[in-house]
Design a protein around this ligand. Structure first.
Ligand code: SF4
Length: 370
């Protein structure tokens, strides 16, 4: 398949691994932002192709993992409401709330429907006019345009029984939070290619300038990631800090202007609490007042300021999401915490780092098929 198979070419992967070995002379730590990149790295053993001097740490780019527990509790409350249907991506169903998860609520009669797009939820709303249909809107800038489109269309169609439980988050503020933390050890970033396909990369240029750190916009296939690491290391070894775009086949500097315009028409930037990371200012999206009629928090009367939900203590997802620890360093990994009985979201989500290590690294060497 074009733009896939050539980026899984074993010879090309080896070429970049050799080039990396040649360029590196001292220890460096690089963080990949996106959970999809984490899965590629772990699945193909890319970290094990690198010199010992190079450490890869995994970032907070798993939207399911960073959705705060109080919003999951709100989703559960909606699913239990007698007149509501909660529509959600499948990944969210097994993420633990304070006392239970959406899958358990569904199993005991709660109205939860798995959808693949917010527009599917819109269709469900059109077909169930007597019920309030709520789309659980999680994700980064990649999925926000489709969510924005669903509300835009609902408004156009005067669909009054549709609303959003919004938990959209933004990547650049999270990168700044990581870089500002006293314990930060990240010296270079691989930025998430799909986010930049929508947003472009102008937002990252001030971060490069302020923190004097290389950022390489990077794709998701093994050769993409090796090339991104190589470009990042080349900068570090040369004492440079620049924004580079490895994923030029998909990403332009300004991104997708139509998608960005739609997002800014529907959403405004607000503070957002991230699970495991705490509140990060200007790091989330909330509905603009023009679209307040589609806000599930308002429709269901949630007292957001009064929420006191706390995360379980055994899960160290905060340290995982900040790149301070790796999943296998969690005492519960693979024993008390498994995909069947998860203690935290990173073990559930298809983009979670713990799920990646459990799937590809548990007890066996990763299958390095590149
Ligand atoms: S292994 Fe489980 S308990 Fe440990 S950090 Fe990951 S999700 Fe949390």
């Amino acid at each position: 398949m074009k733009f896939v198979s050539e980026y899984r070419d074993p010879k090309l992967a080896r070429h970049y691994a050799d080039a990396i070995a040649e360029v590196v002379t001292q220890p460096w730590t690089i963080e990949e932002i996106c959970g999809g990149q984490t899965h590629t790295i772990v699945k193909y053993g890319i970290d094990r192709m690198l010199p010992d001097l190079v450490t890869l740490v995994h970032g907070p780019g798993c939207p399911v993992c960073v959705t705060p527990i109080e919003i999951i509790d709100r989703a559960i409350s909606i699913a239990r409401h007698s007149n509501a249907i909660l529509c959600s991506f499948g990944d969210m169903l097994r993420v633990p709330g304070t006392q239970t998860d959406l899958l358990s609520v569904k199993a005991t009669g709660g109205q939860v429907q798995i959808v693949y797009s917010p527009l599917d939820a819109l269709e469900i709303a059109r077909n169930n006019r007597e019920r309030e249909v709520v789309f659980f809107a999680v994700g980064f800038e990649t999925t926000a345009p489709a969510t924005a489109m669903s509300v835009y269309q609902a408004a156009q169609q005067n669909l009054t029984n549709f609303s959003l439980l919004v938990s959209h988050v933004l990547v650049p503020p999270a990168m700044e939070a990581i870089l500002s933390a006293p314990q930060c050890r990240v010296q270079g970033f691989l930025a998430a290619g799909h986010v930049c396909t929508v947003m472009g990369y102008t937002e990252y240029e001030p971060i490069v300038e302020k923190y004097q750190i290389p950022i390489v916009v990077t794709g998701f296939e093994p050769v993409d990631i090796l090339q991104g690491i190589y470009l990042c290391l080349q900068q570090l070894e040369n004492g440079e800090s620049k924004l580079e775009n490895q994923y030029a086949r998909s990403v332009s500097r300004m991104g997708n202007q139509t998608a960005r315009d739609l997002m800014s028409q529907v959403f405004e930037v607000i503070p957002r609490r991230w699970r495991g990371l705490g509140e990060i200012s200007q790091s989330g999206l909330g509905l603009r007042s023009k679209y307040a009629a589609f806000d599930a928090d308002r429709k269901f009367g949630f007292d957001i300021d009064a929420e006191t939900a706390v995360d379980e203590t055994e899960c160290i997802s905060g340290e995982i999401l900040q790149g301070l620890k790796k999943p296998h360093e969690c005492p519960a990994f693979g024993t008390r915490c498994t995909p069947e009985h998860p203690l935290g979201a990173p073990m559930v989500s298809s983009e979670g780092a713990c799920a990646a290590y459990y799937r590809w690294r548990r007890g066996v060497e990763a299958v390095a098929s590149v």
